[in-house]
Design a protein around this ligand. Structure first.
Ligand code: UN1
Length: 476
């Protein structure tokens, strides 16, 4: 039996918790237990399920500081972002609880007389979830609340890099009144995940993580059984800044979008596509602000930027930086792995601005998942949009301009699931759908009114009360 250990990324000697890794037998027991509890749960009226989710939102609000600090300590994000993440789960609880007293389908007029038709939603049974370390409370909440509302049981594998936050969230859910056994937590790495996603008792798989792992998860999940598989994968998110933009606003957006959470959001801004006339000034402004950011222990309120999640991750980011330089980019200002007093062993990476990047450079195409901002200069809007769209990802994009026509042309032409005007690429809100095009996902959206779709099947119901055979398309 192997063990999963959670370390504080700012000070790895600070161990947060240890869990036994679940093997295939343990996963099987978890799925069986969740499936057994699900039978009764599916009979609970939907508003009753919603009440438990609402209670969870209340408890999360009571414990926002405590949980936010835990997230900060385990995932390395600064305190305000740890709190923001818990708020995202609170908002999700409110939203999903509301859906429990809202419409559950469509009533559609039949083409025939004396006949009614409507749609409803059915649970899938047990949902297997694999969640990432970078939002160890919010992303489990995006998945668990709608899955529960739809009447499912859950087996969740939180990231092995942030298992304590995942456990803490599930503990609050259990305390809210979710029946015993309905939610099972398993810990482990890829092997545990594979056992979960291929288990025949799992009716839907919901995965958030890298493109490479997502592809494997989807292939394996479909090989072993018919099931819903939803994927939320990477991004290579771009911010366009046109010549007429408010540069102060664009600078704020770039700093928050690129260096918030140390660039480790799937929505992080990693490309700055700037019109030539303002490029030099914008880079200077961003560089000056980046230099002033305080790196440190994320639980210290004075810190602006925490560590990256592991030393291995810092080295991977450094490797991407080397590739960028080899391809011809230049570092504007400072960059690289650094250390912070009082944070022994923490892997910190200086917020980095790379200029002279061409769209075909590796740094312009591959997800960095770290504080690297690649600056690409363009002549105007059309070229900017072409550069935004030429990557294999399609999660989030932003455009900064004061010209409403240019803004809306960009909104129309950009091929991403989320587009912002005069706001950074991060900061999606719960009542709206979250997800992306191309290799970022497989068409599902999380949160918003469609968040329930990956956890339920639609059933269409026809009722003919004419008392005789009416043939659709023939007897109209
Ligand atoms: C993620 O990085 O996986 O829009 C999710 C945002 C957050 C969610 C990010 N609300 O940046």
């Amino acid at each position: 039996m192997t063990t999963i250990t959670s370390y504080n990324p700012a000070r790895p000697a600070d161990v947060l918790g240890e869990y036994e890794s679940a093997d295939a037998d343990a996963v099987d027991r978890a799925v069986t237990a969740a499936a057994a509890a699900q039978k009764a749960w599916a009979k609970v009226p939907i508003p009753g399920r919603a009440d438990i989710i609402a209670e969870c939102g209340r408890l999360l609000a009571e414990r926002k500081d405590e949980l936010g600090t835990l997230v900060s300590r385990e995932a390395g994000k600064v305190l305000i972002e740890g709190g923001g993440e818990v708020q995202e789960a609170i908002d999700m609880a409110a939203y999903v609880a509301g859906q429990g007293r809202g419409s559950w389908g469509d009533v559609v007029p039949s083409e025939l007389a004396n006949k009614m038709a409507w749609t409803t939603r059915m649970p899938v049974g047990v949902v297997g979830m694999i969640t990432p370390w970078n939002f160890p409370v919010a992303i489990p909440s995006w998945k668990c609340f709608p899955a529960l509302l739809a009447g499912n049981g859950i087996v969740i594998k939180p990231s092995e890099l942030a298992p304590v936050s995942g456990e803490a969230f599930i503990a609050v859910l259990a305390e809210s009144g979710v029946p015993d056994g309905l939610i099972q937590v398993v810990h482990g790495t890829g092997e545990t995940g594979a056992a979960l996603t291929t288990h025949p008792g799992v009716g839907a798989v919901s995965f958030t993580g890298s493109v490479a792992t997502g592809r494997k998860v989807a292939a394996a999940a479909m090989e072993t059984g018919p099931r819903l598989v939803s994927l939320e994968l990477g991004g290579k998110n771009a911010m366009i800044v046109l010549d007429d933009a408010d540069l102060e606003l664009a600078t704020d957006g770039a700093i928050f979008g690129a260096f918030g959470s140390s660039g480790q959001r799937c929505t992080s801004t990693s490309r700055l596509i700037v019109q030539r006339g303002v490029a030099a000034e914008l880079v200077d402004r961003i560089r000056a602000r980046a230099d002033a950011l305080v790196l440190g222990d994320p639980t210290d309120p004075a810190t602006d930027v925490g560590p990256v999640i592991t030393r291995a991750s810092a080295e991977r980011i450094a490797g991407m930086l080397d590739d960028a330089l080899a391809d011809g980019a230049t570092i504007a200002g400072t960059s690289g792995i650094t250390s912070v007093d009082g944070c022994d062993g923490g892997a910190f990476f200086l917020p980095t601005v790379l200029t002279g990047v061409a769209p075909d450079h590796r740094i312009a195409r591959h997800e960095a998942f770290g504080p690297l901002l690649a600056v690409i200069e363009v002549d105007g809007l059309d070229q900017a949009v072409a550069v935004v769209n030429q990557v294999e990802y399609g999660l989030s994009a932003a455009i900064y301009t004061q010209d409403v026509n240019q803004a809306l042309r960009a909104v129309d032409a950009i091929d991403t699931g989320i587009v912002y005007v005069n706001a950074p690429t991060i900061g999606a809100e719960i009542p709206l759908p979250f997800g992306g095009t191309k290799h970022t996902g497989n068409g599902f959206r999380e949160a918003g009114s469609r968040g329930i779709e990956q956890f339920s099947q639609v059933k269409t119901v026809y009722v003919d009360y004419s008392g005789r055979l009416q043939r659709a398309q023939i007897d109209t």
